[in-house]
Design a protein around this ligand. Structure first.
Ligand code: ADP
Length: 270
């Protein structure tokens, strides 16, 4: 099969695989600071992340991964360009509309789990829905509890759970409201490889089995190997993408990108 992946450091056009994008950035630029001290964290990024897929965002430290995730999730404003969740434009929303969108349509999984220590696992799972005044679908809640393997841990508080179990509670919390998209920021960064593997397996299964859309920031080729699709950033630009990745092909692509970035920095010889 021909690899049509872009090989030059140009913006990569959106690739929706014929499906509507769950989330989309159109010419997004994000600058921090002003004038000479301004840092361009994202430089004209255009990307569509297809519904029902598991996507990894990768790139060296400082390449703009977190900034892209924050802009796509409505956690940060953009300097230019537009962001859409489904057909709704985030970049046109006021604070109240953004808060509601994040609460009702977006799920988050953080490296540090971010569970409420005084609540049980079940109460943590249900917290976003109770805040939103929504009732969970009992059958779906049952399915989520079973797939996350938490049936016997529902009364436990976070301090009584292992790291892997706590992250599975965070996964259940994000899955139970069936959000349009779940953003996971280095979700296995605090876990040993076995618990990390279980969490990634769970995320992959929720995409394959239930059509959930997940976008994960990671620097780990093994974690990226669980996804359908990897996009690579360098210096705030989208420079490459890889479908059906394996840890080996991700690693190979990362090395290749390092070489290209180093060559670009060095510039042509006089
Ligand atoms: P990554 O997640 O790939 O490590 P980030 O998105 O955190 O990269 O950062 C991209 C660039 O933007 C970096 O140069 C970083 O220093 C800069 N940056 C990120 N957040 C801020 C901020 N709040 N203020 C100033 N610069 C920032």
């Amino acid at each position: 099969m021909t690899d049509t992946t872009a090989r030059t450091a140009q913006p990569v056009p959106p690739e929706n695989g014929g499906r509507t994008a769950a989330v989309r950035a159109d010419g997004v630029t994000k600058k921090y600071g002003l004038g000479e001290n301004a840092v361009v964290a994202l430089d004209d990024v255009t990307i569509g992340l297809p519904r029902g897929e598991f996507t990894a965002i990768m790139g060296p430290s400082g390449s703009g991964k977190s900034t892209l995730m924050h802009c796509l999730a409505g956690l940060d404003t953009v300097s230019a360009g537009r962001v859409f969740v489904g057909d709704d434009e985030l970049t046109e929303m006021n604070d109240k509309q953004l808060t509601r969108l994040r609460r009702d349509r977006i799920g988050f999984i953080f490296q540090a789990f971010n569970l409420v220590p005084t609540l049980s696992a079940l109460e943590n799972i249900l917290l976003p829905m109770s805040v939103a005044g929504r009732q969970p679908d009992a059958e779906w809640l049952d399915t989520v509890v079973d797939t996350t393997g938490l049936r016997n841990r529902l009364d436990h508080r976070p301090s009584q759970l292992s790291g892997g179990q706590q992250q599975r509670v965070a996964c259940a919390r994000s899955l139970v409201g069936r959000p349009d998209v779940i953003f996971a920021d280095e979700p296995t960064g605090n876990l040993d490889s076995r618990s990390g593997g279980e969490v990634l397996e769970l995320l992959r299964e929720s995409v394959r089995g239930s059509g959930q859309t997940i976008v994960m920031v990671t620097h780990d080729p093994v974690a990226a190997g669980y996804t359908d699709h990897v996009v690579f950033l360098a210096d705030g630009r989208l420079i490459d993408r890889l479908r059906e990745p394996t840890p080996a092909t991700v690693l190979e692509r990362m090395k290749d990108l390092d070489t290209r970035v180093a060559a670009a920095v060095k510039g042509p010889r006089a």
